[in-house]
Design a protein around this ligand. Structure first.
Ligand code: PLP
Length: 405
C-alpha cells in the first residue's frame, strides 16, 4: 500500500506497509566484519558526525546530525569503504582465506603479493566509486581500469588517474558504461567490481554494500556518545540504492520493529527507486535516457535489485528532487549558523540536507506525514565533499541552480 503526492515539482510516494524480511547480509555480525577490516587500514579514522544545533533550532527540530564522509580515507567521499572491502573479499576468495583472518597488511606480504599482483579490477563510475576502487587496488598492489559515463567531470577523471587507474570518459550513459566494463572483464580476464547487482552478479555488490555500513555503524556509536540511542529520521540519497539499502537494511536489523522514518532522495531525472515505488508492483523499474542532473553520483537509472528489496520494505518515503534541492543543501551546509560546524557537501552529498530544509521551510503536507517536528532527531549522510570543486564554487559562490518560485 502506498500514497502518492507532490508539492511544487517535488513528487513523493509514501510507503504505508513498512516491514518485511530483514536482510541477512546486513546483520550486526556482517557489519562488524566490514568495520573490523576497515579498522585494520592505516588510513582508517571514523569520519566526524557534525551536530548542527543552531540549524536544528532554526528548522524547528530537536537535532540535526550530518555524518561527514568528505573526510573518508582522504578520498572526499564514502565510496572507498565499498571498494576496499569488496576487493579484500575477492582476494580472500581467491586465496582461500577468511576475511576475519585478513587484515589490510596481510595482502601486502611478499608471498601474497606474488599471487595477486597480476589481477586487474575494472569498473564503471561517475567518479567516487572509481576513485575508491583505483585507490584500493593500487594499495593492494593490483591494477585497475575505470570507464566513466559521458559528461563526466575532467577533474573527477584526473582524481581517478591520480589514484592509480587507467581511466577514460566514454560516450555512454552510466548503465551502458557498466555493461562495457562487464564485457571488458569477460574478454580480458579482469575482475569487475561494480556497485550494483544483476542476475548472476551478486556477491561483489553485496560486499560493497556491506563495506558502506561502516559509516552507518560509526554514526550509531557517535550518536550514543551524544546520548542518542536512535535517530527518529534518516535521510538517504540513492543512485542505484546500494548505499541507502545498506544503511537502512543495517538499521532495520538493529532497530527491528522501530526502524527510523527513512526518506530516500533522488534526482528527478534519475529517480529509479521513486519510480519503482510509484509503480508499486514490488519490482524494480528502470529510468532511461541521459539522466541529466548535477547530482552525478546519483545519476543511475537501474536499481540494484538486491538492495531495492530493503528500500521497498523498510523506507518510509521516496522523493524525486529537482537539482535545486541539492544546491540548497550545498549552500546551507557551506554557510553554518552560529557555532555550527561547516560541512563541505558536494551535489550528491547535500541532497538529503537540502530536502530536509525544503520540507521544514515550505508549504507542504509531507512534513506532517513524516512526523517531522520539534521532537525529531535527524541523521543525514554527506556522502561527498567538493569532488568537482569548479561546480561546487558555481553553486555555493555564484548561486547556480536556484529555486525558481
Ligand atoms: C557521493 C555519492 N553519494 C551517493 C551515491 C549513491 O550510491 P548508490 O549508487 O549506491 O545509491 C553515490 C554513488 O556513486 C555517490 O557517489
Amino acid at each position: 500500500m502506498s500514497m502518492k503526492g507532490n508539492f511544487g515539482e517535488i513528487e513523493y510516494v509514501i510507503n504505508e506497509s513498512i516491514g518485511g524480511e530483514l536482510p541477512k547480509y546486513l546483520t550486526q555480525e556482517e557489519v562488524k566484519k566490514a568495520r573490523n577490516f576497515h579498522l585494520s587500514m592505516d588510513e582508517y579514522q571514523a569520519t566526524p558526525l557534525a551536530s548542527l544545533d543552531h540549524l536544528a533550532e532554526a528548522m524547528g527540530v530537536k537535532k540535526i546530525y550530518i555524518k561527514d564522509e568528505s573526510y573518508r580515507f582522504g578520498l572526499n567521499a564514502f565510496k572507498g569503504l565499498g571498494g576496499t572491502y569488496s576487493i579484500a573479499r575477492m582476494l580472500c576468495k581467491k586465496l582461500g582465506v577468511d576475511i576475519k583472518d585478513a587484515s589490510f597488511s596481510f595482502f601486502n606480504q611478499p608471498e601474497v603479493q606474488e599471487k595477486i599482483k597480476d589481477m586487474v579490477f575494472v569498473t564503471a563510475t561517475d567518479g567516487n566509486h572509481g576513485r575508491g576502487v583505483a585507490w584500493a587496488a593500487s594499495k593492494l598492489g593490483c591494477k585497475s581500469v575505470v570507464y566513466m559515463p559521458k559528461g563526466s567531470s575532467e577533474i573527477r577523471l584526473q582524481a581517478i588517474k591520480n589514484a592509480g587507474a587507467e581511466a577514460s570518459i566514454t560516450d555512454l550513459n552510466y548503465d551502458d558504461a557498466v555493461r562495457l566494463a562487464n564485457q571488458q572483464a569477460k574478454e580480458n580476464g579482469w575482475f569487475i567490481v561494480q556497485d550494483t547487482a544483476w542476475e548472476g552478479y551478486e556477491d561483489i555488490p553485496v560486499w560493497i554494500t556491506q563495506g558502506y555500513t561502516t559509516m552507518a555503524d560509526e554514526a550509531l556509536d557517535q550518536l550514543q556518545l551524544e546520548g542518542v540511542d536512535r535517530p527518529t529520521h534518516v535521510f538517504l540519497q540513492a543512485g542505484v540504492g546500494s548505499l541507502a539499502g545498506g544503511v537502512l537494511g543495517y538499521y532495520a536489523n538493529v532497530f527491528k520493529d522501530n526502524v527510523p522514518v527513512t526518506i530516500i532522495a533522488e534526482p528527478e531525472e534519475a529517480n529509479c527507486i521513486y519510480k519503482s515505488a510509484h509503480v508499486g508492483d514490488g519490482e524494480p523499474h528502470n529510468v532511461t535516457g541521459d539522466l541529466n542532473t548535477i547530482m552525478a553520483g546519483l545519476a543511475c537509472g537501474e536499481p540494484n535489485p538486491i538492495t531495492w528489496k530493503v528500500l521497498r520494505d523498510f523506507a518510509t518515503a521516496y522523493v524525486s528532487c529537482p537539482d535545486y534541492i541539492a544546491a540548497t543543501g550545498m549552500r546551507m551546509l557551506a554557510n553554518p549558523m552560529g557555532k555550527d560546524r561547516k560541512v563541505v557537501a558536494g551535489e550528491s552529498g547535500a541532497v538529503g540536507a537540502g530536502l530536509l530544509y525544503t520540507l521544514m521551510q515550505s508549504e507542504n503536507d509531507l512534513r506532517e506525514k513524516l512526523g517531522l517536528n520539534e521532537e525529531s532527531i535527524i541523521l543525514c549522510f554527506n556522502t561527498e565533499g567538493d569532488t568537482d570543486p569548479v561546480h561546487y564554487r558555481k553553486v555555493v559562490c555564484e548561486g547556480k541552480n536556484p529555486q525558481l518560485s
